[in-house]
Design a protein around this ligand. Structure first.
Ligand code: PRT
Ligand code: ZN
Length: 298
């Protein structure tokens, strides 16, 4: 039935597109698409995909055209700030990719002490609602100039004194002799959904997909660790296992008092962690990637 298929809005091309499609792939949704296809039907689950410009994604959910979407927090927050209380899209999960920040930057030679240093300046941005909110909160009177792209060149062209734009590595700012002076928002990709409750069939598909997404994100951050240890070293070794739940402890055949410890570590296992485990008496330490995970609390 058409009504029980859910629609997911994804970015068509750009910095979010590849990771969004890859995440859905890890959830068992295999997408084959031609370059200019806007609509994809998923075979495995009752799901259709709409491939859009990222700026349209929150609006498509707000308007009830799509049920779920993946979008940068910067775009979500800007749309929310524009619509005030009347915004029918909510955050389901933070997805961890496309990390960046929305910041104010000024020419390197401008003296900046605090937000008051921006008083009387013109600030170019593609995020007018978030910028105005920041200026209001800081009680600064500055002018906002809306630019849809190439914001970083505005000070050089003398059409603005400062900018409020997305920063990731900082290379663009450096190349334009600008310095970052205030962070308005730290952003990452978000899974967002319609704020209203959908039909039980749709809610069921969404719940399954969200559990799979959480499982694959958790699996990415987790490792399966196996090692050997003497019985009297087990307690100390277990304390060094990062984010491990109760480990499995198995006797080793033919080696009395020697055990194998197996555990899922839900945090990064660094070389230092392995060195600490070794110093505490562990041997034969193996760290393995986990492909999928479906825990009760996922
Ligand atoms: O065509 P469409 O409208 O869909 O895409 P878009 O061009 O508006 O967005 P796109 O694909 O560039 O970015 C999509 C999302 O990725 C953004 O909304 C952010 O959430 C996130 N993201 C992560 C970034 C960056 N990193 C990023 N570096 N978005 C933009 N940039 C740009 C930024 O605008 C600046 O020009 O990269 C430059 C800064 O990068 P650094 O590394 O030099 O600091
Ligand atoms: Zn965009």
């Amino acid at each position: 039935m058409i009504e029980s298929r859910i629609r997911i809005a994804l970015q068509k091309n750009g910095r979010l597109a590849e990771d969004s499609i890859a995440l859905l792939g890890k959830c068992g949704l295999h997408i084959t698409r031609s370059k200019d296809q806007l609509f994809c039907r998923i075979k495995e689950l009752p799901i259709d995909l709409l491939l859009l410009r990222d700026d349209d994604i929150p609006h498509f959910i707000h308007d009830g055209i799509c049920d779920l979407g993946i979008v940068g927090e910067n775009v979500y927050a800007e749309t929310q700030a524009t619509k005030d209380d009347d915004f029918a899209a909510t955050i389901v999960d933070r997805l961890g990719f496309s990390q960046c920040r929305l910041s104010i930057a000024v020419p390197e030679n401008l003296d900046f002490v605090n937000a008051q240093s921006l008083a009387g300046l013109t600030i170019a941005t593609s995020y007018p609602a978030l910028l105005k909110k920041f200026l209001r909160a800081e009680n600064v009177a500055a002018k906002t100039l809306l630019m849809k792209g190439a914001v970083e060149v505005a000070p050089r062209l003398k059409i603005a004194d400062a900018i409020c734009d997305i920063v990731a590595s900082g290379a663009t700012l450096a190349a334009n002799n600008l310095k970052e002076v205030a962070v308005l928002l730290r952003s990452e990709a978000l899974l967002i959904r319609a704020a209203t409750k959908l039909s039980p069939e749709k809610e069921d598909v969404i719940a399954r997909l969200v559990a799979r997404m959480r499982g694959s994100i958790q699996a990415e951050d987790s490792k399966y660790i196996m090692l050997h240890a003497d019985k009297n070293k087990i307690d100390e070794i277990v304390r060094y296992l990062p984010g491990a739940e109760t480990p499995t402890i198995l006797p080793l055949n033919g080696a009395p008092d020697k055990y194998a410890i197996h555990a899922v570590c839900r945090e990064t296992v660094f070389w230092e962690t392995m060195e600490n485990l070794q110093a505490a008496g562990a041997s034969a330490i193996l760290v393995l990637p986990i492909e999928k995970m479906l825990a009760r609390d996922a």
